[in-house]
Design a protein around this ligand. Structure first.
Ligand code: 13P
Length: 252
């Protein structure tokens, strides 16, 4: 049995002050909910403050990105060891990074290697565009993102990886995938691609989240699917009641 995992990707929202008050408003409730792993991913400047607030709560902390190099002249970037000082998780290859910042599968792969080497759990995002979806290319796209993005990852650590399937057309649109459609992509393409890389047993241990317009109102539809092991939540993770409802749905 895979323990479900719900992560809130706050994206470029919340100052340190605002982050503190959001965490304060929901951490007590969140820590009471058992049977599900919870992770918050605030922007970099808020990591220090939020990590202090999450001490002893069992709620994990994640960064939204990082560079793969150890250190050096990379203005504006954050190194793996800097992330690992505060975080247990790191989101890698989010579609917004691929679309707006030119991240390729090869860059995703370097980041995955760096994360695993630093003891971080990567949450690796894959998903097709609206056009690719309309032309029935979802399988081909996510298989390529998995095989290139996770190539040569340490097989001994591969079971700890988390994959987030986020169809781009469903992100921030209020037009979530159906649970059935998302489950089929996981069953037919993502888990088989993981099995090709790491073997059947490891592929069964890897947790795969769904992301894209998940709310407290539709979360049940995803978590009732056998292949979906949690959610990567954007907009609704900024609203305490919604995020708590999603985590509660995953715990059922
Ligand atoms: P929304 O939940 O706002 O659609 O965003 C999903 C997402 O991109 C999480 O990484």
């Amino acid at each position: 049995m895979r323990t479900p995992i719900v992560a809130g990707n706050w994206k470029m929202n919340k100052t340190v002050e605002e982050a503190r008050s959001l965490v304060l408003s929901m951490s007590l409730k969140l820590r009471e909910i058992g049977g599900v792993e919870k992770v918050l991913c605030p922007p970099f400047p808020a990591l220090l403050a939020v990590s202090a607030m999450l001490q002893g709560t069992g709620i994990g902390l994640g960064a939204q990105n990082m560079h793969w190099e150890e250190k050096g002249a990379y203005t504006g970037e954050v190194a793996p060891a800097m992330v690992a000082e505060f975080c247990q998780f790191v989101i890698i290859g989010h579609s917004e990074r691929r679309a707006y910042f030119g991240e390729t599968d090869e860059m995703v792969n370097k980041k995955v290697h760096a994360a695993l080497a630093h003891g971080l759990t990567p949450i690796v995002c894959v998903g097709e565009t609206e056009d690719e979806y309309a032309s029935n290319r979802t399988g081909e796209v996510v298989r390529r993102q998995i095989s290139r993005g996770l190539a040569d990852a340490d097989p001994a650590k591969a079971a700890t990886l988390i994959v987030a399937y986020e169809p781009i057309w469903a992100i921030g649109t209020g037009r979530a995938s159906s649970g059935e459609n998302a489950n089929a992509v996981l069953a037919d393409h993502i888990r088989p691609a993981l099995a090709d890389l790491f073997g059947e047993d490891t592929s069964q241990a890897i947790r795969i989240q769904y992301g894209g317009s998940v709310t407290g109102a539709n979360a049940d539809e995803f978590f009732s699917q056998p292949e979906i092991d949690g959610a990567l939540v954007g907009g609704a993770s900024l609203k305490k009641d919604d995020f708590i409802a999603i985590v509660q749905a995953a715990a059922k």
